[in-house]
Design a protein around this ligand. Structure first.
Ligand code: ATR
Length: 278
């Protein structure tokens, strides 16, 4: 008896722009490693077409989507159900389509934590953490970081009012404060996370170099083939460790893959195969 090969389940990443995304490569490597039959597409979708594109993907049998900049906040409205962490963050990076319903989750924070704690052995409990930026990316990581009970999580932003809104929103989850870049206090910061897009247009970075101590881990949520502006800035100001967010990228993807397929891929060989200096 001959059996027809079953069609691959469809997934993809929606963003604007999206051409730079490494998610297709990562998910193909995960699928190969775990023997899952999936296909994964790059979907460039302008903000005013988001709802239409998501609903069409669902209607035509798509099983799940990753959602990236600038749609992470807006897409929350389309979910029939949100995980607690996505609802707290007010941002979604993963959609799963099941039984005609849309489930929204956010794996960014857990992806960052896995890279920091499991891959890099950083202890977050009682640490002083400085987060630069107060956009969608910051919203996604603050809740999971606070769950690890740092001594302080300070959000600094060019527009300090936006940092204050996030700090107020998360105040009941732990020790959190907000300020402008110029008002960053001198402390022994164990971790500085860059969640801004500053520097990519060649502008000077507005952060105080005095925040970098001898044991500070400087972590950029951005990543690239060459050092990001933040990593260059950190190294130039004496940081011993300045790393890009490749590890977080692969870890958040693994969490999404687990939500969709119920299997957790091993991230180490995938990071290696990407030949990234993460
Ligand atoms: P994302 O979803 O990636 O977080 P976003 O919501 O547009 O993107 O947020 C971008 C962040 O980068 C913001 O914190 C922004 O600061 P403002 O809130 O003041 O706009 C920050 N940012 C962008 N360009 C910057 C620059 N040249 N200097 C300092 N901060 C910058």
């Amino acid at each position: 008896m001959s059996s027809e090969p079953t069609a691959a389940d469809r997934y993809g990443v929606m963003g604007y722009p999206v051409a730079h995304s490494r998610s297709p490569v990562i998910h193909r490597l995960f699928a190969h490693q775990t023997g899952q039959n999936i296909q994964y597409e790059l979907l460039k979708v302008a903000p005013d077409k988001l709802e239409q594109a998501v609903r069409q993907f669902q209607r035509t049998g798509g099983k799940g989507l990753n959602i990236t900049t600038p749609h992470k906040t807006e897409v929350c409205k389309l979910a029939d159900q949100l995980s607690e962490r996505a609802s707290t963050a007010g941002a979604v990076n993963t959609l799963a389509f099941q039984d005609g319903e849309i489930f929204g989750d956010n794996t960014d924070g857990i992806g960052l934590l896995r890279d920091l704690v499991v891959n890099r052995g950083l202890s977050i409990e009682n640490a002083n953490i400085l987060v630069l930026g107060a956009g969608g990316a910051t919203r996604g990581i603050v809740g999971p970081l606070l769950e690890m009970q740092p001594a302080l999580l300070l959000i600094a932003n060019r527009t300090p009012e936006k940092a204050t809104i996030i700090a107020d929103h998360f105040a009941r989850h732990g020790s959190i404060a907000a300020c402008a870049f110029d008002d960053i206090e001198d402390r022994d910061w164990q971790l500085i996370v860059n969640a801004t897009s500053a520097g990519f247009k060649g502008e000077k970075l507005p952060y105080p170099a005095s925040a970098i101590g001898t044991s500070t881990l400087c972590y950029d949520l951005s990543y690239g083939l060459k050092a990001t502006p933040f990593c260059e800035w950190a190294k130039a100001h004496g940081a011993e460790q300045a790393v890009m967010g490749w590890g977080m990228l692969v870890e958040q993807a693994a969490e999404s893959f687990h939500i969709w397929r119920g299997v957790r891929p091993d991230t180490k060989p995938v990071l290696k195969q990407l030949r990234l200096n993460a």
